[in-house]
Design a protein around this ligand. Structure first.
Ligand SMILES: [Zn+2]
Length: 236
């Protein structure tokens, strides 16, 4: 039993080697042949396409094949969004129409988050201030109701009572910041400049205890009203 097996092994190995080389040769021939066929068929397809496109004069058949690839390329969601984004950024006027975008899109320090009246007036004032060498920035403009509530809760903790807290921070349903109708200006020279000449642009300081807080209280060129002692006076 064991003596019969050794002499058979060399034959089986040779047979396997022959069969393997045979398979490799046949496979390589098939691959080469397939490549040649692909090249020939590709050339034939390339020759057919211009013939189909240029051949008919006003015949409808060529239209369906061109519509199908258009639908396939337009199917992914990324294409329309990438096309709509660059349209929004170069035209800030388009965002003015949507109030929801103003609330969510801009930061608290951005002039774009302000309401249209205060925004327009402050833009003019800031341009003049800049020309006169008075750098001005917005420390806080439009705030979300969530942010205003957090500030009010912190004021309650700090000042110990509702009556004391509302002298500095109003709750969300009372604050003009939540509506984009109030702006806190910085730094100090800009506050002083805006308090002095803000009436020309229709922007007024409001409270005695907040030299940074301004609102569009009067029409441009009209005298600003007397200061209120604090924001608590508004809730009277
Ligand atoms: Zn303020």
């Amino acid at each position: 039993m064991t003596n019969d097996l050794p002499p058979r092994r060399p034959f089986s190995v040779r047979a396997r080697l022959l069969s393997v080389t045979g398979v490799v040769v046949v496979a390589s021939l098939l691959i080469w042949h397939a490549q040649v066929i692909d090249l020939l068929s590709f050339d034939s397809d390339a020759d057919k396409q211009p013939v189909v496109a240029g051949g008919p004069n006003g015949s409808p058949p060529p239209a369906p094949p061109t519509r199908k690839p258009v639908r396939k390329t337009a199917a992914p969601v990324e294409t329309p969004t990438s096309e709509s984004k660059p349209k929004k950024t170069p035209s800030p006027e388009a965002t003015k129409s949507s109030r929801n975008e103003e609330k969510t899109q801009y930061s608290e320090e951005s002039i774009e988050g302000l309401g249209p009246v205060l925004r327009g007036r402050l833009r003019k004032a800031m341009a003049v201030a800049k020309a006169q060498g008075v750098p001005m920035r917005i420390n806080s403009g439009r705030r979300s109701a969530t942010k205003q509530q957090r500030l009010f809760d912190e004021a309650l903790q700090k000042y110990g009572s509702y009556k004391a807290a509302i002298r500095w921070v109003l709750p969300p349903d009372k604050s003009e910041h939540v509506h984009g109708r109030a702006v806190d200006i910085a730094p100090q020279p800009a506050m002083a400049w805006l308090e002095r000449v803000g009436w020309k642009y229709g922007i007024c300081r409001v409270y005695e205890n907040e030299p940074w807080h301004f609102e569009a209280l009067r029409a441009p060129g009209r005298k600003c009203p007397p200061l209120q002692t604090s924001s608590a006076a508004e809730l009277g």
